[in-house]
Design a protein around this ligand. Structure first.
Ligand code: SAM
Ligand code: SF4
Length: 319
């Protein structure tokens, strides 16, 4: 359905948990603790199914499961199967740190998953370990190979941070020559933990890519947040996601569902709609969602304010 600015809202990002098995420095505090035991105290698997079905009936035709770390959800395979088989959604992705992905990539693919966005900020083991506070890069590389071998489309997400990994940009670009994958560079955003790093860590990746002679612009997918390029002769593409230096609000077609049952129409707004009261009430859910989508903000104010308006961290929203 359309919002009041004529944007066709057809993409939902659904966070399955705010918990994570890593603690990336720009995303989660090192001492983040999760009070309750278990993985998903707030929305049950049936709640997620209700929400997915309801959103599909409203015109959502693309779904991404994210988090926190979505692979920690015990029913991720079932939710993907449900979305694909029972809701008829073909365009299903996950955004993941890929820890444990190698073992279930095949099962996810067979149940309807089409694409994985894997977050990797360094190709050097010691740096990867330090930015994630403990992650093992070898496991991620193994997962990338496995995903490609089972037929999943792979995109790499790399947050570029000044004086940390900007010297690896070319190494990441070279991955698109070796593998049939897209690598997407993301600007660091001043949001949650990212606020602490932003002042010193922001790096204008757009400028850097534009100045590499061997790169040329290619067509973007419709409503894509990324501007895509290709390195001469490469198999995959290089994307640049620049919420700061160049916002994509005017074509934003997405809404977000948090794992505690709120709808966020804009990543950077503090406005949220608690949809828990409307669970299992299809008619009222539909009406409330229609009204709410009309209220999607026209744009974020990251540049004016140099910080996000949301009170949440990225892991509590679903990136
Ligand atoms: N755990 C999964 C992962 O890391 O891919 C999914 C959730 S994570 C919050 C989603 C994406 O948000 C990741 O690619 C991460 O790098 C990105 N992210 C988190 N905090 C960010 C920030 N302050 N600025 C830019 N990107 C950020
Ligand atoms: Fe976890 Fe993803 Fe946040 Fe890293 S970016 S701490 S992997 S939720």
């Amino acid at each position: 359905m359309n919002d009041r600015f004529g944007r066709n809202i057809n993409y939902a990002r659904i966070s399955l948990t705010d918990k994570c098995n890593l603690r990336c420095v720009y995303c989660m505090p090192s001492d983040a603790e999760f009070k309750q035991k278990g993985i998903n105290e707030l929305l049950s698997t049936n709640d997620y199914k209700f929400i997915i079905k309801g959103l599909v009936e409203l015109g959502i035709n693309k779904i991404r499961f994210t988090g926190g770390e979505p692979l920690l959800h015990p029913d991720i395979v079932e939710l993907i199967r449900y979305t694909y088989e029972e809701c008829g959604i073909d365009n299903i992705g996950i955004t993941t740190n890929a820890i444990g992905l190698c073992d279930i990539a095949d099962e996810l693919y067979k149940n309807g998953l089409k694409s994985v966005n894997i977050s990797v900020d360094s190709l050097k083991e010691y740096r990867y370990k330090s930015v994630t506070r403990g992650g093992d890069l070898k496991e991620v590389i193994k997962a990338i190979n496995k995903c490609l071998s089972v037929g999943l489309k792979v995109k790499i997400n790399c947050v570029v941070i000044k004086d940390f990994n900007e010297d690896e940009v070319l190494d990441f670009i070279m991955m698109t020559s070796i593998y049939p994958i897209d690598v997407r560079f993301i600007e660091l955003m001043p949001l949650g933990e990212g606020n602490k790093l932003y002042q010193y860590g922001y790096f204008n990746i757009f400028e850097m890519i534009e100045n590499i002679d061997e790169m040329y612009k290619v067509n973007n997918e419709e409503n894509s947040a990324a501007q895509y390029y290709k390195y001469k002769g490469a198999k995959g593409r290089v994307g640049v996601i620049t919420p700061m230096s160049c916002s994509f609000c005017s074509t934003c077609n997405r809404i977000r569902v948090t794992s505690n049952g709120s709808i966020k129409l804009c990543l950077h707004s503090k406005e949220e709609l608690d949809i828990k009261p409307y669970l299992n009430k299809p008619l009222i859910f539909r009406e409330i969602m229609k009204e709410n989508i009309l209220e999607k903000p026209q744009k974020h104010h990251l540049n004016e304010n140099q910080q996000s308006d949301t009170n949440r961290n990225m892991y509590q929203i679903g990136g």
